[in-house]
Structure formats: structure tokens, C-alpha cells
Design a binder for this molecule. Structure first.
Ligand SMILES: [Zn+2]
Length: 101
């Protein structure tokens, strides 16, 4: 067993396992202007800042979690759609079809 275990910030209002938001990355700008990425995984939110690696939570991941838990259904669909259409675009490019018809 590895000594270091990844920690996650568990949402309180939904179960992240298999959630439609899994894989979505929220860019967050820190107070010093540094940019961080908060991602939802099957285990919960994860941030790539130093504090998160140490504590398993941070103000960035907490802010994103709060936002996500307050998200309306409309926003939910919009983010999901953006994610899907991006992937679709990528696969079309891979097939050499370029833009969607
Ligand atoms: Zn963070």
C-alpha cells in the first residue's frame, strides 16, 4: 500500500460516484493570482493546490462544491452539454470530418 493516499472533498448534498459532473474541471483563480483546477472525481472534489494535497480540502474546492451544490438544473444541463459537444468535436476531428454538419 502506498503511504500517500489521495484525499477528496466529499460533497454533502450529492453522491459523486458516477455523477454526470465527474470529469468536469473548474478553473479557479487563487488570491495570489495563481490558477488552480478543481475537478470532480468519483470520490469527490480534488484541487491541485498545495493546501489540498496536505489537508484534503481547500478554499478553492470548497467554493466550487458550494457552487455546484447550489447549481440549478439549467446550469447542470449547460455544463454537461458543453462537455459533450467538446468531446464530439474532438472525435469528429479525429475522423477527419472537421466541423459538424
Ligand atoms: Zn485548492
Amino acid at each position: 500500500m502506498a503511504k500517500y493516499r489521495r484525499k477528496f472533498l466529499k460533497p454533502t448534498r450529492f453522491n459523486p460516484k458516477g455523477h454526470m459532473y465527474v470529469g468536469v474541471v473548474w478553473p479557479v483563480e487563487g488570491s495570489t493570482g495563481k490558477k488552480y483546477d478543481v475537478e470532480l472525481t468519483d470520490e469527490g472534489f480534488e484541487c491541485n493546490c498545495y493546501g489540498f494535497g496536505f489537508h484534503g480540502y481547500c478554499k478553492h474546492s470548497k467554493a466550487v462544491m458550494k457552487k455546484v451544490e447550489q447549481t440549478t438544473f439549467d446550469n447542470f444541463v449547460r455544463i454537461l452539454w458543453a462537455k459533450e459537444s467538446k468531446e464530439e468535436e474532438r472525435s469528429l476531428q479525429h475522423l477527419g470530418l472537421g466541423k459538424r454538419l
